[in-house]
Design a protein around this ligand. Sequence first.
Ligand code: SIN
Length: 282
Amino acid sequence: MAIRIAHLHGVGAEITGVDLGALSNDDFDEIRAAFAEHGVIFFRDQDLSERQHIAFAERWAPININRFFAAHPDFPEIALVAKERDQQNNIGGGWHTDHSYDQIPAMGSILVARELPETGGNTLFASMYAAYEALSPGFQAMLSTLRAVHSARHIFGEGPDTYYSNTDAGGGRIGNAEKTKTLADVTHPVVITHPLSGKKALYVNPAFTVRFEGWTVEESGPLLAQLYAHCMRKDFTHEFVWRPGSIAFWDNRATWHFARNDYHGQRRMMHRITVEGEPLSA
Ligand code: SIN
């Protein structure tokens, strides 16, 4: 079977002709190039055990053990992204990119479908390369002078006003709220040079970006809202329909994602491994 990489409309590429549990070095090199180029890559019909999931992740970078998500009982490297039948709120149900609240944001996450609802539960992805490239040179130049402040406190922190404390998405699935107290806010360039591809990408997101550095929250709101509306345009997005054996691997520096919450009463269980990234620069 020869490896095939098919570019998808909006963002991403679907890779066929590989078994991620027994990957040659040549195929791995092609996958790495596709990941840098497309920002998110998808695989179908894989049969990956937990150990093979961990082994595949370790080929990319050290594993980042998630501070806030419940872990797999036998494999702490694997975070559980779960929604039970009786829960209303899911994890990741809004546009975001993971870990932008870290000084060195994680490279990306490898999400393996373990139990899917009969219908619904798709994940949307958006290309921050394409969103940046579609802006005018003048606007790009202005944005490249800015840095933005990112924080996790209003999302994962202790209540009563934080995102997860206000939902039933916690309930053992999200924890360690007190750890956000020791997380300092961080700043990153609004336009980054992607560490793998060398391409420019927009690096703000609706979940964790709080404001522009040197601007108030109120002053930042309108420009951030304008950028977010731009980034959500259909031309830059792809809706991934999960099937048993599907895997998505997204790059946090090049994409956003959004887990649809449209399958109430059904269970969805995904295994996520996040791998470390590198410092970001303009
Ligand atoms: C996430 O944000 O990591 C969840 C993605 C998904 O469940 O599809």
